[in-house]
Design a protein around this ligand. Structure first.
Ligand code: NAD
Length: 429
């Protein structure tokens, strides 16, 4: 089939390459000319494990190409996936839908007869219904991929969810995903409103699970209990499950924070603010963890950051990504800098993005080197390489052996045995 993918960011670029990988002819379109030029040359504009290989293979075999013209996309494709951003609107909690509206409006006059427009962007419930009149056929097919596992999640998703208004549109999407469905992937076909809600409900649940364990961490801190033991003990109950129960500095990124806020905003518009009021608490707990990480670092610094050097290990919102959007690590780094410390940040993949956004922080390309002269080291993103650090060797280069493990990622008894004073979230050590 001939598909287009409009918006080739973290979601769209991977979707485009993976749709080519399963046999379709795909045209990826974006307004960002530099991004399109990079993709067309086989250079991934972001770090995503496995993506460069899928990109290169499908450029090579001719099934995948890139451009900047919506009119060309409309003339080329039978199915158009809308993958543009839906960020938080400045000064509001609402989702900014201007990019979705621009793409749907831009495609409409040029569409081929029988073409289907499929939204993949995360949108407030009711968006598909609002846009329904502007194109002949519109469906919503929310995306659940995780950055860091995006290729795997696209080719082997837990489930595929489509919100359609006709059996014919559902069949088109079944045809698009036929090679994936053939492996037994669950298929949920529903109306567009339910499909839109499935995505925000899933993200709200995940955010709530993280904030739940982080609320327990607050209680543990006050009572001398240990949240990591608590999490593994409750996680043995299959109804609870142990995933997404790691207490730490909380969630960030380009999805969970803005999606729960947009959900609250939409619920308020619908007169249903009470139904998701708990998401306000979820957000508040999450923000408090950032403050707590800063408090622990300040305590280790002797009560004030003035004149100190602090190293923050990690800049991205999670490991295996270069995405720094709403990153807890950088929030912590900036808060510490604002209190007078000189802050040096290390990250295996996110330094370029971090430096562009926060030029006033210092950056170091090697983790141990970043720790030179530090009065406090804060582990803020749980990259696997930080678990390989040798506490004795790092101790040699710091000004004072003081560590905040804000992700509960390190073997802290080993660090203590090597002479480090250690603090962690949700644990009294
Ligand atoms: P992104 O910012 O990385 O990418 C969005 C892209 O859209 C950018 O490249 C931008 O240039 C492009 N764009 C904006 N306006 C355009 C236009 N008029 N025409 C063509 N291109 C245009 O964002 P993302 O992380 O890929 O997220 C996209 C959507 O997918 C959001 O709604 C997000 O919530 C959702 N989503 C993201 C993920 C994820 O892990 N990143 C997962 C699931 C769902």
């Amino acid at each position: 089939m001939r598909l287009t993918v409009i918006g080739t960011g973290y979601l769209g670029a991977v979707h485009a390459a993976c749709m080519a990988e399963i046999g379709h002819e795909v045209l990826g379109v974006d307004v960002d000319e530099a991004k399109i030029a990079a993709l067309a040359e086989g250079r991934a504009p972001f770090y995503e494990p496995g993506f460069p290989e899928v990109l290169a293979r499908n450029l090579e075999n001719g099934r995948l190409r890139f451009g900047t013209s919506l009119a060309e996309a409309a003339a080329f494709g039978d199915v158009h996936f809308v993958c543009v951003g839906t960020p938080q609107r400045p000064g509001s909690h609402a989702a900014d839908l201007r990019y979705v509206d621009a793409v749907v409006g831009g495609l409409a006059p040029h569409l081929r007869p029988g073409a289907l427009v499929v939204g993949k962007s995360t949108v407030p419930v009711g968006t598909a219904a609002r846009l329904a009149g502007s194109v002949p056929a519109l469906a919503w097919n929310p995306e659940f991929l995780r950055e860091g596992f995006a290729v795997e999640d696209t080719l082997r998703p837990d489930r595929l969810v489509v919100g359609v208004t006709s059996a014919a549109d559902e069949q088109v999407l079944r045809d698009v995903y036929a090679p994936i469905l053939a492996t037994g992937t669950p298929w949920v076909s529903t109306d567009p409103a339910t499909a839109e809600l499935v995505k925000v409900a899933a993200n709200s649940f995940l955010a709530t699970k993280i904030s739940f364990i982080n609320a327990m961490a607050e209680i543990c801190e006050a009572t001398g209990a240990d949240v990591t033991t608590l999490a593994s003990a409750i996680g043995y109950d299959a109804r609870i499950g142990n995933r997404f129960l790691r207490a730490g500095v909380g969630f960030g990124g380009g999805c969970l924070p803005k999606d729960i806020r947009a959900f609250r905003h939409r619920a308020s518009e619908l007169g249903l603010a009470d139904s998701v009021r708990f998401l306000h608490e979820v957000d508040e707990i999450n923000q408090r963890r950032r403050t707590r990480a800063v408090d622990l670092a300040r305590e280790l610094a002797g009560g004030s950051f003035a004149g100190t050097s602090v190293t923050v290990l990690g800049a991205t919102f999670k490991p295996d990504s270069d995405d720094i959007r709403d990153s807890p690590a950088l929030a912590v780094a900036n808060a510490i800098r604002a209190e007078g410390a000189r802050v040096t940040v290390h990250d295996p993949q996110g330094i370029d993005n971090a430096r562009a956004a926060y030029p006033d922080l210092d950056y170091s390309p090697k983790a141990q080197k970043a720790c030179e002269g530090a009065h406090v080291v804060v582990l803020a993103t749980e990259w696997a390489e930080y678990r390989e650090l040798d506490p004795a060797a790092v101790r040699e280069v710091v000004a004072a052996p003081a560590l905040v493990d804000a992700r509960n990622a390190l073997d802290l008894p080993v660090w203590r045995a090597a002479g480090w004073e250690v603090r962690a979230l949700g644990r009294s050590l």
